[in-house]
Every structure is written in structure tokens, then in C-alpha cells.
Design a protein around this ligand. Structure first.
Ligand code: NAP
Length: 224
């Protein structure tokens, strides 16, 4: 039985991951911004433990790490994410909302990684859920705050993966596919279950040689 920490676990892909992990007998520390919204998680049973965790709030992240204590974590999934403000054009992207998007999507994974550093031993995996909307190779326009936040986290993970590899930790970024969640919308390609199943299979298969890579949900390499 492995222990997983999943952020943003109360709905969407995070909830799908917690559900699939609980079903296969793994232990899940499920980080949620608002514990009052964690009814679906609590219904998953004793293997899934709900911990208040706002990845953009230093005090919340520190309190979550204190609540977890010294328990080893095998896999950290930085899943929490926001799409950012409604308007993201050159002239109407609100700078403060841009910064708030970066705080969750780009900086949040590093707040969590640092707070849980002593829980992550040799052999641990750190998987940051990103998006090919941040891909320079794929291109695309619009959604500037979201795209920039994912490009930033991609680059930051790639820049630190070698350092983490030195500690025996494999760190990667992953695109979950276009998924039918509140963020992805009803017309997206994949169900939450399909995405979560593929993500878990891909994470299970990660080895030391994968450090710093960018994966699609189904294990293919994603374009930077
Ligand atoms: N769905 C897609 O098609 C798609 C495609 C590419 C990438 N992604 C990425 O996949 C991840 C999950 O997306 P999703 O589709 O499941 O989105 P979602 O349905 O909108 O859910 C987002 C989750 O992140 C949580 N969250 C937001 N800000 C947070 C914060 N500051 N601290 C902690 N949790 C926070 C939300 O909690 P609250 O309920 O409290 O708001 C919610 O649980 C995100 O990183 C997203 O960028 C999704």
C-alpha cells in the first residue's frame, strides 16, 4: 500500500484520482481548499483522509504539513489548479488576477513540495499536473494567464528535476488530457475516470530515467 498526497482533491481530476487510489487500496491524503466541500471525498472511506490545504497560502500549507507529521509520502500529485480570470487578453487581463493564477498553478506546487520535503524519501515521485496549453511547441493563443502559469511550472519542474533526482525523487509534469470537469467543460474528450486511470498507470510506470519529462495522461511524451 502506497501513500499519496493529492492536492485539489475535492472535485474534478483530483477527486477521480482519490477515488481510484482508494479503490485499489492505497492511502490518500486528500488536500482540499475548503473542507466543507469534501463530502464526496469523505464518502470514499477511511483510506482517504481529508486535510485542509490551500496551495497558494503559506500558512495553510504549513498547517497541512504539520497535520501529516512525519508520515512518508510515496507520491505527491500537485493537481490543484485554476483557469484564471474570465478575461485574459492583452488589454483586459487584470494583473492581480494574473498573479493569483501564477500563485496557484506555478508557485503552489513548490510551496507544497518544500513543506512536505521531509515526507518524500528516496524512491518518491512528484507529479505536477500541468497542461499542453502551456506548450510552446503546440502553440495557441488566448488564455494568457493560464498558458503562462503552466509554461512556468513546466520550466520550473524541468529546472529542478535533476536536483530532486539527486535525492532519489522522480519529478515530472503531466497533461491530464482534455477532461470533463468544471474546468474542462462537458464537451471534453475524456471522462474523469479515463483520465485518472491513465494518469495512475503512467505514474506507476515512472522510473529514474523519466525525471524532468513531460507526459500525456496515457504515457506518451507531451510537447514542451
Ligand atoms: N480538465 C481539463 O481538461 C484539464 C486539462 C489540462 C490540465 N488540467 C489541469 O488539471 C488539474 C485539475 O483540473 P480539473 O479539471 O480537475 O479542475 P477543476 O474541476 O476546476 O478542479 C480544480 C481543483 O483545484 C482546486 N484548487 C483551486 N485552487 C486551489 C488552491 N489554491 N488550493 C487548493 N486547491 C485548489 C479546486 O478546489 P476548490 O473546489 O476549492 O475550488 C478543485 O478541487 C488542474 O491543474 C488543471 O489545470 C485540466
Amino acid at each position: 500500500m502506497a501513500t499519496w498526497l493529492v492536492t485539489g482533491a475535492n472535485r474534478g481530476i483530483g477527486l477521480g484520482l482519490a477515488r481510484a487510489l482508494g479503490a485499489r487500496g492505497d492511502a490518500v491524503i486528500a488536500g482540499v481548499r475548503d473542507p466543507a466541500s469534501a463530502g464526496a471525498l469523505r464518502a470514499l472511506g477511511a483510506r482517504v483522509e481529508v486535510v485542509p490545504l490551500d496551495v497558494a497560502d503559506a500558512r495553510s500549507v504549513a498547517a497541512a504539513a504539520a497535520a501529516v507529521g512525519g508520515r512518508p509520502i510515496d507520491v505527491l500529485v500537485n493537481n490543484a489548479g485554476v483557469y484564471g480570470p474570465k478575461r485574459q487578453g492583452a488589454f483586459d487581463l487584470d494583473p492581480d488576477a494574473f498573479l493569483a493564477t501564477l500563485a496557484v498553478n506555478s508557485v503552489g506546487p513548490f510551496r507544497v513540495l518544500q513543506a512536505f520535503r521531509r515526507n518524500l524519501g528516496r524512491g518518491a515521485k512528484v507529479v505536477t499536473i500541468s497542461s499542453t496549453m502551456g506548450s510552446f511547441e503546440r502553440g495557441g493563443a488566448g488564455y494568457a494567464a493560464y498558458r503562462a502559469s503552466k509554461a512556468a511550472v513546466n520550466r520550473a519542474v524541468a529546472a529542478t528535476a535533476g536536483e530532486l533526482a539527486g535525492h532519489g525523487i522522480v519529478s515530472v509534469v503531466m497533461h491530464p488530457g482534455w477532461v470533463r470537469t468544471d474546468m474542462g467543460g462537458a464537451g471534453a474528450d475524456l471522462s474523469v475516470e479515463e483520465s485518472a486511470t491513465g494518469i495512475l498507470r503512467t505514474i506507476d510506470g515512472l522510473g529514474a530515467a523519466d525525471a524532468g519529462r513531460f507526459f500525456e495522461w496515457d504515457g506518451r511524451r507531451a510537447p514542451w
